[in-house]
Design a protein around this ligand. Structure first.
Ligand code: SAH
Length: 267
């Protein structure tokens, strides 16, 4: 499919550096004193080469969701693609699901969830900061266009989840334990609670509260590490640098029969 007026595209130079631009008929793109009319990119094949006025060559591509997320304007820190990918399977996001998330942040998780639930599912976001909410909605519209199955509530999710029989709840906020009572009420049985937390004390607290709620079982916590490799002639080795830490994922399942809480033994 050829690149269209109004689309966002990425230009990638020979060193792999990425520059984002929104295509607008009649406009000119400038880079290091060199230019190219947008009209020369509009109508080009996705993945073709373009040459700027001074001879600089770029590959032009419609960004994948992961590429778009890493380059889009950010308010809050986004969830990295390695974790977004993991969340999709460990929270078991499926077409048709009703998924509640908080907060919306920059919208990276929201877009990932929207693509996975498809047109028959829906995503409901809770967010306390208006500036982040606005930025996220712009980011989502820029990549997905008009979305009919996304709802945003501008409120603290711990104060109430309006939706009932929620299939999955994904929390990327600092105090997810405050949301556990609402999660117990709003999630359907068999539903999944997932929280994304950067530090160990936070993880300990959310797990204790999940265990103490008596409504959740199969509670597990893990992290994912993605180590990039350099494959270049005989230099076949891990890259020298990597993102060593993002956050821990804690997943829990809402059960019909409250799980027995270990009694404290008086000795
Ligand atoms: N998942 C997002 C990033 C979220 S950053 C992304 O991928 O882009 C955390 C967000 O949670 C911030 O926007 C913050 O304002 C919001 N937040 C924090 N506590 C909240 C609460 N109790 N209810 C709703 N939103 C909350």
């Amino acid at each position: 499919m050829t690149l269209r007026d109004g689309e966002r595209v990425h230009l990638i130079d020979h060193k792999g550096r990425v520059y984002a631009l929104n295509l607008r008929a009649g406009k000119t793109y400038q880079h290091s004193g060199q230019t190219i009319p947008h009209d020369r990119i509009i109508g080009a094949e996705d993945g073709s080469n373009v040459v700027l006025s001074g001879g600089a060559k770029f590959v032009v591509l419609r960004p994948t969701l992961a590429e778009y997320i890493m380059k889009m304007p950010r308010g809050a820190q986004v969830i990295y693609p390695k974790d977004l990918a993991t969340i999709l399977l460990w929270a078991d996001i499926y077409p048709g699901a009703t998924v509640v998330e908080a907060g919306i942040g920059s919208g990276a998780l929201t877009m990932t969830l929207l693509r996975a639930v498809g047109e028959t599912g829906r995503v409901v976001s809770y967010e306390i900061r208006d500036d982040f909410a606005e930025r996220a909605l712009e980011n989502i519209a820029m990549y997905l266009g008009k979305v009919g199955n996304h709802v945003l509530h501008r409120q603290d999710i711990a104060l109430g989840i309006e939706e009932q029989q929620v299939d999955r709840l994904v929390l990327d906020l600092p105090e997810p334990w405050r949301v556990v009572p609402e999660a117990v009420r709003a999630l359907r049985t068999g539903g999944i609670f997932l929280s994304y937390l950067p530090t160990v004390p936070q993880v300990v607290k959310v797990v204790e509260v999940l265990q103490g709620s008596g409504a959740f079982g199969l509670i597990e916590t893990f992290e994912t590490l993605q180590r990039p490799w350099n494959i270049e002639g005989r230099s076949v080795r891990p890259a020298l640098r990597m993102v060593a830490h993002t956050a821990f994922l804690t997943v829990a399942r809402k059960l019909v029969t409250p799980v027995a809480v270990e009694p404290e033994l008086d000795e």
